[in-house]
Design a protein around this ligand. Structure first.
Ligand code: ZN
Length: 413
């Protein structure tokens, strides 16, 4: 016997494991492994490109309704939201997965099975998470597990790239649930061990340089947008980004100009800035914006021709706030204890997920793998292997019940 006293989280998990209703829910996951995979393939057959998630949201709404969550509905942003009431509303835990994929509407989503592996774009990210959400809701309903706090099941829109977390942002800051959410769990992708408690912050910009343009020879001296942009890129590339805390920048797209012998009228670039540290991200962001301004000013100052000045427009096209749910937070403690309790090796992790938003607002949040294994996400070769998925579903159930608490504890006889 260990001389170290078990933590509160360990005791909570132990007591849950000793509860008949929880054991029934575990059996539910074991017995329904095949059906959960069928559900996942069904979900993935419904296209859900960024800003095109409505059909998949409606599918989820109907599924949650059919499980007895009759109030499931779509909110103003397009999220599917279903409240499962406990004895009281608080603590109110969001259990979510994102509806959208990175793939355009015309992507071929035909499923291919090779051995145990399921190949299809989006099958892991995040059809796997949505299947987990439905499985957990199904287990709670079917095993009639009554909770003290309440659970808000949410299929979010706009988690990927261009969506810019619009679904979760609306849920936490604008809709009827804003200010009422105590904790947040998101299922995103496969895996058992991963507990994402760190939110990787990022800012994305589109910068456009514009001038009058002209002839390369006869109008020489008119400010050149491509020259200015190149200066800005060179300045950014000289930034001494720290490796710890990891901080990165990338000019990922450039565009502009018409002809080799014309001063361009326009040049533009898309820039991605990231850091695990909110302070470092702010520093990099300030350096970048100053670089753009200085580059424009220098190009204008070098003008040997009295034409109007070059202008620059810097547009923020994406913002994911960073931060972290502290390791000491009860939600992270529960996730660590639950992962160990089901035989996993918990690994804390930092990524850019729906949890970024609650974390930035001070709402404890973690993103959990929804079981099984996968690879090649965000590519047409994405695959998912459901073997062992039920272990992660059990872990998730323990985290959820540990957070909201059980209403009636049925001890095993
Ligand atoms: Zn995802």
């Amino acid at each position: 016997m260990s001389t170290i006293l078990p933590s509160v989280a360990d005791q909570v998990i132990e007591s849950l494991l000793d509860t008949a209703a929880v054991q029934r829910a575990f059996s539910y996951f074991d017995a329904r492994a095949g059906a959960i995979t069928e559900e996942q393939t069904q979900i993935n057959s419904i296209p859900a490109p960024p800003f095109g998630e409505a059909e998949r949201a409606e599918y989820l709404r109907q599924r949650l309704c059919s499980l007895g969550l009759a109030e499931a509905r779509l909110d103003d942003e397009g999220n599917c939201v279903a409240l499962r009431r406990g004895t009281s509303e608080a603590p109110l835990l969001v259990v979510s997965a994102h509806l959208d994929t990175v793939f355009p509407a015309d992507t071929d989503l035909t499923l291919r099975r090779v051995g145990a592996k399921l190949f299809a774009p989006g099958i892991a990210d995040d059809a796997c998470g949505l299947a987990a959400l439905i499985a957990v809701a199904g287990a709670l309903q079917s095993c009639e597990i009554e909770t003290a706090g309440s659970i808000l099941f949410v299929g979010t829109v706009g988690e990927e790239g261009k969506g810019n977390l619009r679904g979760v942002r609306c849920l936490l800051t604008k809709g009827e649930w804003a200010g009422r959410i105590s904790a947040f769990v998101s299922f995103d992708g496969a895996g058992l061990d991963r507990i994402t408690n760190g939110a990787l912050g990022s800012r994305r910009y589109r910068v456009q340089f514009r001038s009058a343009g002209g002839h390369s020879w006869s109008d020489f001296g008119i400010a050149n947008p491509i020259h200015a942009m190149a200066h800005a890129v060179a300045k950014l590339a000289s930034y001494p980004a720290p490796t710890d805390p990891r901080t990165t920048f990338n000019v990922g797209r450039i565009d502009g100009g018409q002809s080799v012998n014309a001063i361009p009228r326009e040049a533009s670039m898309d820039v991605d800035l990231r850091s695990v540290s909110a302070d470092e991200l702010l520093k990099l962001d300030a350096f970048f914006r100053r670089s753009v301004r200085e580059a424009a000013d220098e190009e204008n100052a070098s003008g040997r021709n009295g034409a109007e000045a070059l202008t620059v427009v810097t547009e923020l096209i994406g913002e994911r706030p960073g931060g972290e749910t502290r390791v000491e937070d009860p939600l992270v403690r529960l996730a660590l204890a639950a992962t160990e309790a089901v035989g996993g090796k918990p690994a804390l992790d930092r990524a850019s997920t729906d949890s970024n938003l609650p974390i930035s607002l001070g709402v404890p949040a973690v993103t959990l793998g929804a079981g099984g294994t996968s690879a090649n996400s965000h590519t047409p070769d994405e695959w998912y292997d459901p073997r062992g998925r039920e272990v992660a579903l059990k872990r998730a159930l323990l985290v959820i019940l540990g957070t909201v608490g059980l209403r009636v504890v049925n001890r095993k006889s």
